[in-house]
Ligand binder design. Structure first.
Ligand code: LLP
Length: 433
């Protein structure tokens, strides 16, 4: 076997008893492949951040909602959030109980809030009008409020969710209005949450926001503080996407040490014995997922070498949407070895837009038609952001289980899936595709 660039997955035995090429043959491409052991390792690392009683990991399902993966997380003792009825449905399918799901709402219709209230114990609202709506629907009930701590972080302006430039959260200066609305509807403030943004590689902003939220809660009147059951600091924990450049990891040991100390001191001081949650999505699932695709054409346009694949931005949107970097491996098999020095190659998909670029002028060994490519760290915001744009079918998902075998956990979409909602489908349509 002479894969051209596979050092990283080789070192982890990522594909278990299979090769990437075998998986591509057997299940077709594009194909999301997840590794159970890597997923479990991430869950355990996060759970180990603090031994403070009540500390827990609330996985943010938007990163990846496949129920097979959610079931593994549940076995590892994680709980989950949901921010849509669809995510809630997936959580329930995976076996999460009502008290193991937090609904983090954002601009929801009253009907949605109403239906969700029957299925979860706690709903977080992130504006005064939504607090009012919830109070009208569920007077005398419990509620969580999401605050905007004013400190943001993230890999791109589009994913910073706190500070001045964001739609999220209630600014602390509205605290007295929050209390008035709670009182008007007889609501109990059972939880407080925040989320500063997605992907930080230094713990400082996160820890500062943790302190900020705890300081804010410390200003609550004692009778309100006593009724708090959950304080959720949000997610955003980054992973190093530049694996082949040896990008350093987020220092989880330091983050855990500092976080633990803050929580322990605060809980002692305020006699708090409720739950403390962190809410990561990416850190749980990004590194356990690789997207396999196949090269169908290689050509030069002007002085650029284009590698044409079946990995369009409908399958992995992150590079087109945020200019995100994902490392790429090359699997060829046989006895072929890399022939020439690395060369700049622009890897593109099969979508009808010039912005359909997976990697721009990336320095890689020469890629040939027929090669299988592996896009690393694709487990988070990969499949969950995929779409049927250009009426392309969404890919299959496969899990490499702990014993190294491959299990299909989502079949590839078919043409019938594209037409399933059409009202006036012609009778003679052959939609099995
Ligand atoms: N909690 C809330 C309320 C959130 O909005 C998010 C992410 C998380 C937790 C989890 O954040 P994480 O730990 O995964 O960073 N599509 C983007 C990321 C968007 C994140 C949106 N909210 C990407 O592909 O980078």
């Amino acid at each position: 076997m002479a894969d051209i660039r596979s050092r990283y997955t080789d070192s982890l035995n990522f594909f278990g008893k299979h090769s990437a090429q075998e998986l591509a043959e057997q299940f077709g491409t594009p194909l999301y492949v997840y590794n159970e052991q890597i997923l479990r390792r991430a869950c355990r690392e996060l759970k180990g951040l603090s031994s403070q009683p009540g500390f827990g990991v609330n996985y943010s399902v938007k990163a990846n909602a496949n129920p097979a993966l959610l079931r593994i997380m549940r076995e590892e003792g994680l709980v989950v959030d949901a921010m849509s009825p669809g995510e809630l449905h997936m959580n329930t399918l995976a076996g999460f109980r009502q008290d193991e799901i937090l609904y983090i709402s954002n601009n929801n219709a009253p009907e949605e809030l109403q239906s969700v209230l029957a299925k979860v114990n706690l709903v977080s609202v992130d504006s005064l009008p939504q607090l009012d709506t919830l109070g009208r629907i569920n007077p005398g009930g419990k509620v969580m409020v999401r605050f905007n701590p004013g400190i943001g972080a993230g890999h791109h302006a589009k994913v910073i969710t706190a500070g001045k430039e964001t739609k999220f959260g209630v600014c602390p200066e509205y605290l007295s209005q929050v209390f008035s609305l709670l009182d008007r509807h007889g609501l109990t403030l059972a939880g407080v949450n925040q989320h500063i943004g997605s992907l930080f590689m230094q713990p400082d902003n996160y820890l500062e926001a943790v302190r900020f939220l705890l300081d804010l809660i410390a200003t609550f009147p004692a009778e309100r503080l006593q009724k708090l059951e959950v304080i959720d600091f949000g997610g955003g924990f980054g992973i190093p996407y530049r694996k082949y450049d040896g990008e350093p990891r987020l220092d989880m040991a330091r983050l855990g040490r500092d976080l633990h100390q803050i929580l322990e001191t605060w809980a002692d001081k305020h006699g708090y014995n409720g739950r403390f949650l962190v809410e990561p999505g990416r850190y749980v699932v990004a590194e356990c997922g690789i997207l396999l695709g196949r090269v169908h054409a290689v050509k030069n346009n002007g002085d650029k070498r284009y590698v044409g694949t079946d990995i369009g931005f409908n399958v992995l949107m992150r590079p087109a949407m945020y200019d995100s970097f994902h490392d790429i491996e090359i699997y060829r098999g046989g006895t072929a070895a890399a022939t020439r020095a690395d060369m700049p190659q622009t890897i593109v998909g099969n979508i009808c837009e010039s912005g359909d670029i997976l990697a721009k002028e990336r320095l890689l060994p020469e890629i040939y038609q027929g090669d299988v490519l592996g896009v690393l760290d694709a487990g988070a915001y990969g499949f969950s952001m995929s779409s049927p744009y250009n009426q392309r079918l969404r890919p299959a998902e496969v899990l490499i289980t702990a014993d190294g075998t491959a299990r299909l956990i989502r079949r590839r979409e078919s043409l019938a899936d594209l037409t399933v909602c059409l009202e006036d489908l012609p009778q003679e349509c052959d939609c099995q595709g």
